[in-house]
Write a protein that binds this ligand. Structure first.
Ligand SMILES: Nc1nc2c(ncn2[C@@H]2O[C@H](COP(=O)(O)OP(=O)(O)O)[C@@H](O)[C@H]2O)c(=O)[nH]1
Ligand SMILES: [Mg+2]
Length: 391
């Protein structure tokens, strides 16, 4: 028995020695997940501020950096060599705040997981109370809230304020009453919150992980109403670095809403592909109308022009939005476009073929038309995903 104990001690000596670097030998309580994109100038001061705010809570910082060109990850590693609280998960060729946060949360052993921005806009002095609300208060989620009594957004320009309000109202509508055990949440778009590991595990399989709004994703993905508490804070202004909020972020927000509503029925990508297809039909008709209007072309020529324009339009939009994670550039843009033409021509043949088959059997023209179009569209989607935008 003694031999066994000695062996055990020997085997674990390095781990125990390592553990002793954690204050008071106490187990890890809190992971602070910090998504970063070009925040090199903010990292050191943020850690100092967290250190001061968190007092004797045993915590660690997990930065998730999307390979920032300003060298954020290297700055963090340099600090991490002398401060074992600090780690960085560097993702290559990836982007997206929500997925960064999820992966950071998966990389820790802590029972409470918090998220805070790197740019000092979230008041870190609130963090101990967010932590306590989850760990001691029994809440699943504690949210740092700008939109309840005592909270605020500081000096935002009117446009951003209006945008945030509007997006918040939309989110609240999406969540409805069913997702929350208690009153409707005032700030579902907050990027500052803490969640228990258990609650996180429950929502994990349902997460969309697209875009910027991970809290909304979590609340909307919960298989049971979550017990949420909001604590007010005032959003600060960013002093170092730049905001990454842009039109794409707004678009990804709509994507998240789409996935959280219709996503149970259809894959998000198919929905985007279909929306682009609908716009392509409008382009087709516009070109056809204009070409015929000039009186210079026969119908067949005008129709061929319209088909070409619509295919090119669809390719471009799908490349920028639907498949932005596999976006083709440079020479592959040209070969991709050619392969897309090829795919669509087969799709058109299938469309006509299936339409004719159904018409022969049923003699209902619109049913035949719809059947052909659906088969053509599904073919285009499936084939272009493995040919044009193959991984
Ligand atoms: N890992 C990762 N972090 C991001 C990404 N986009 C933004 N961030 C970080 O997320 C936090 C919030 O972004 P920010 O641009 O300040 O958004 P804003 O406060 O809404 O203007 C900051 O710490 C950013 O560095 C991303 O694509 N990947
Ligand atoms: Mg910010």
């Amino acid at each position: 028995m003694r031999r066994l104990n000695e062996t055990y001690a020997m085997l674990h000596a390095p781990i125990l020695a390592h553990r002793r670097l954690v204050p008071d030998d106490a187990p890890l309580e809190l992971a602070v997940v910090i998504p970063t994109r070009n925040e090199a100038g903010n990292v050191a001061a943020l850690l100092t501020a967290l250190e001061a705010a968190l007092g004797d809570i045993v915590w660690e910082a997990i930065f998730v950096d999307d390979d920032s060109p300003d060298g954020t990850a290297d700055v963090i590693r340099e600090i991490g060599r002398t401060n074992i609280r600090v780690r960085v998960l560097q993702r290559i060729g990836r982007k997206g705040l929500a997925s960064a946060v999820v992966e950071g949360m998966l990389a820790t052993a802590a029972p409470v997981l918090a998220v805070i921005d790197a740019d000092h806009q979230h008041d870190e002095t609130l963090l101990p109370r967010l932590y306590a609300a989850v760990r001691m208060g029994g809440h699943d989620v504690a949210v740092g809230s700008r939109y309840i009594e005592g909270g605020g957004v500081g000096q935002w320009e009117a446009r951003r304020h209006a945008g945030s309000r509007w997006a918040t109202a939309l989110a609240q509508r999406l969540l409805g009453r069913s997702k929350m055990d208690g009153p409707m949440i005032g700030d579902p778009m907050s990027g500052y919150f803490a969640i228990s590991r258990d609650a996180f595990r429950e929502v994990l399989p349902n997460l969309s992980s697209v875009g910027f709004k991970i809290l909304l994703d979590i609340l909307a993905s919960a298989p049971r109403p979550l017990n949420v508490v909001e604590l007010p804070y005032v959003f600060r202004n960013r002093t170092v670095g730049e905001s990454k909020l842009d039109l794409m972020v707004a678009f990804e927000y709509l994507e998240l809403l789409l996935d959280k509503t219709l996503g149970r029925l259809l894959p998000l990508r198919l929905m985007l592909f279909a929306v682009v297809g609908g716009l392509g039909l409008a382009v087709h008709l516009a070109v056809l109308g204009i070409a015929l209007g000039t009186g210079l072309t026969a119908f067949a020529t005008a129709q061929a022009l319209a088909v070409g324009a619509a295919m090119t339009f669809n390719f471009t939009l799908n490349n920028v939005f639907t498949y932005r994670d596999r976006r083709l550039r440079g020479l592959r843009l040209v070969t991709g476009l050619l392969s897309f033409y090829g795919v669509c021509l087969v799709g058109a043949a299938a469309n006509v073929g299936v339409g004719a088959l159904v018409y022969d059997a049923q003699h209902v023209w619109w049913l035949a038309g719809v059947a052909g179009a659906v088969i053509g569209a599904v073919w285009n989607f499936a084939a272009s995903s493995v040919v044009t935008w193959r991984r």
